[in-house]
Design a protein around this ligand. Structure first.
Ligand code: AHR
Length: 324
């Protein structure tokens, strides 16, 4: 946790003790991670907890998301929560929120072109990407594999999750001289992962030994495509499979050895968000940034921990959790 502290006036409900109205512009419903995120926010802002939650599933449509935020302003909600589909294009609408006196809290993905929000809670995606690279480097060394030919299935283009995971992994690939054969958008969905992998299996047959999927649902689709193409993967296969999220089904595939390593992205941010709103209601200052703790899960007990330099330039040793 950390970041510069900010203060903002709470909404109208602060004074009256009434029900607090929160508008939440959610990305969509593309993944298991997203389902968990939605439930977490809905649970935190339940009627029983004293909230009226206006929830909009933006179906991965950036314009619909901006429209949803504008509608929340029209509705004069007390707080607006945004999980931004893409990281840019936010300053105008956040200025409108600010002018209306409605504090904005950003969760999960980041906004890069405006700081007109009170607080952000989420993941350091660059570190997740660096983690996957650091693990692959150590794993390949331990296994004596020195020629890595990598296919990447990226998450939705322009999202901070896609940008951070891509850049972090690429840093290792560049340093280590790995070949990235291709890197295409799988849209964070199982269907997208399957389609991209089907095309990779045709174009790069026999040429790849690593597949990096930027979330578990893409990995599920990629596994189906590799199975259909007769490509073996996981601890007993020819292809090292890396994933992100570490959702329940993802960890079951780590346990069975189908996914070699899965880097957690922690989805249960609703209670953090509710704590921020409670603090604002009480006139307290809140942290500008709160980072989730994100363990690394692996299928084999061959490396106890990995030491790497994170995005803040700190040398960090992270234990690997073997899923048994
Ligand atoms: O923004 C978080 C990412 O979005 C998760 O990794 C992915 O599963 C989701 O769709």
């Amino acid at each position: 946790d950390g970041g510069e502290a900010t203060e903002a006036e709470g909404g109208d409900a602060a004074a009256s003790g009434d029900v607090i109205t929160v508008g939440f512009a959610q990305v969509g419903h593309e993944s298991d991670w997203r389902t968990a995120s939605t439930k977490s926010v809905q649970d935190a802002f339940s009627a029983a907890n004293g909230y009226d939650l206006q929830f909009v599933d933006c179906d991965n449509d950036s314009k619909a998301q901006i429209d949803a935020v504008r509608q929340f302003v029209q509705n004069d909600v007390d707080y607006i929560v945004i999980d931004p589909i893409v990281s840019t294009g936010w300053d105008t609408v956040l200025t409108e929120c600010e002018d209306a006196g409605i504090p904005v809290i950003v969760i999960d993905r980041t906004i890069e072109d405006s700081d007109k929000y009170v607080s952000w809670v989420g993941s350091e995606f660059m570190n997740e990407g660096l983690a996957s690279g650091a693990w692959l480097k150590a794993y390949a060394e331990a296994k004596g594999i020195d020629d890595l030919n990598v296919l990447v299935i990226e998450g939705s283009n322009g999202s901070s999750a896609q940008i951070g995971r891509t850049d972090g992994f690429k840093k290792y690939a560049d340093e280590e001289g790995w070949t990235i054969l291709d890197s295409q958008d799988g849209n964070f969905t199982q269907e997208g992962g399957q389609q991209v992998m089907e095309s990779y299996c045709k174009s790069y047959a026999g040429k790849f030994n690593v597949v990096v999927c930027q979330n578990d649902n893409e990995a599920f689709g990629a596994m189906d495509a590799m199975k259909a193409a007769g490509v073996s993967y996981g601890v007993d296969g020819d292809v090292i499979l890396i994933s992100f999220d570490a959702c329940k089904a993802g960890l079951e595939y780590v346990q069975s050895g189908d996914i070699n390593a899965d880097f957690m992205c922690y989805p249960l941010q609703g209670s953090y968000c509710a704590d921020i709103i409670k603090a604002l209601q009480n006139g307290e200052t809140v942290a500008k940034e709160t980072f989730m703790t994100e363990p690394w899960y692996v299928a084999e007990d061959i490396l106890p921990s990995i030491t790497y330099t994170n995005n803040a330039g700190e040398e960090v040793t992270e234990d690997l959790i073997v899923v048994t």
